[in-house]
Design a protein around this ligand. Structure first.
Ligand SMILES: N[C@@H](CCC(=O)N[C@@H](CS)C(=O)NCC(=O)O)C(=O)O
Length: 187
């Protein structure tokens, strides 16, 4: 989304890759010892990860409006929101692995419920603040769009919109942005 919002998309080659916490992807491991995506190889051959670092790097490469606000209160609000949405997504990916990767006999319901609580609590926090967000799409809002899109993709049955009408309305509008549409997970 950030690459598209900033006009950098044509300068970034996107590579399809399969990752799993239990099956090592050797080429990715050579670039990122955490063996996670996203990872970005820069023109100078350095590899950057994770998504927050990659986004902040890309934001230095264009002359338009910055998606990481300059130092000041706005910046820390955006970074805090980015951390919140990143944490929600980390918990959601763990829940996904629990059903998609972990053998059924080894699953631990309480642990999954604990992750789910973080996700739902995080969504409630977004619901509480979404009407204070301005119209500028910054890194925090990119994170929020990723959260909503991912939950629709993997956990549609959780019905995250229930009781969160403001966040739902925000995502309804935001999902129309070309950067969000073009990067939406397959339905
Ligand atoms: N907070 C990290 C999360 C990265 C992450 O968990 N990526 C998943 C994508 S499915 C992954 O690569 N998982 C492989 C693994 O955990 O081994 C970021 O935003 O970059």
């Amino acid at each position: 989304m950030l690459a598209r919002e900033t006009g950098l998309a044509t300068r970034v080659e996107e590579i399809d890759i399969a990752v799993s916490p239990v099956a090592l992807n050797e080429p990715l491991a050579r670039e990122n010892p955490l063996v996670k995506i996203p990872a970005l190889v820069t023109d100078s051959g350095e590899t950057l990860y994770d998504s927050a670092v990659i986004c902040e790097y890309l934001d230095t490469l264009h002359a338009g409006r910055k998606l990481f606000p300059a130092p000041g209160p706005q910046r820390f609000a955006a970074l805090r929101r980015q951390a919140l949405t990143d944490g929600i997504l980390d918990a959601a990916v763990l829940c996904r692995y629990e059903v998609a990767v972990r053998p059924e006999a080894l699953r631990w319901k309480d642990w999954v419920e604990g992750q789910k609580r973080k996700i739902l609590g995080g969504l409630d926090a977004l619901e509480a603040e979404v009407t204070t967000w301005g119209d500028d799409f910054d890194i925090g809002q990119i994170g929020a769009a990723c959260v909503c899109g991912y939950l629709d993709f993997r956990f549609a049955d959780w019905n995250w919109r229930a009781g969160r009408p403001r966040l739902a309305a925000w995502f309804e509008r935001t999902a129309q942005r070309p950067s969000v549409k073009e990067t939406a997970p397959p339905s």
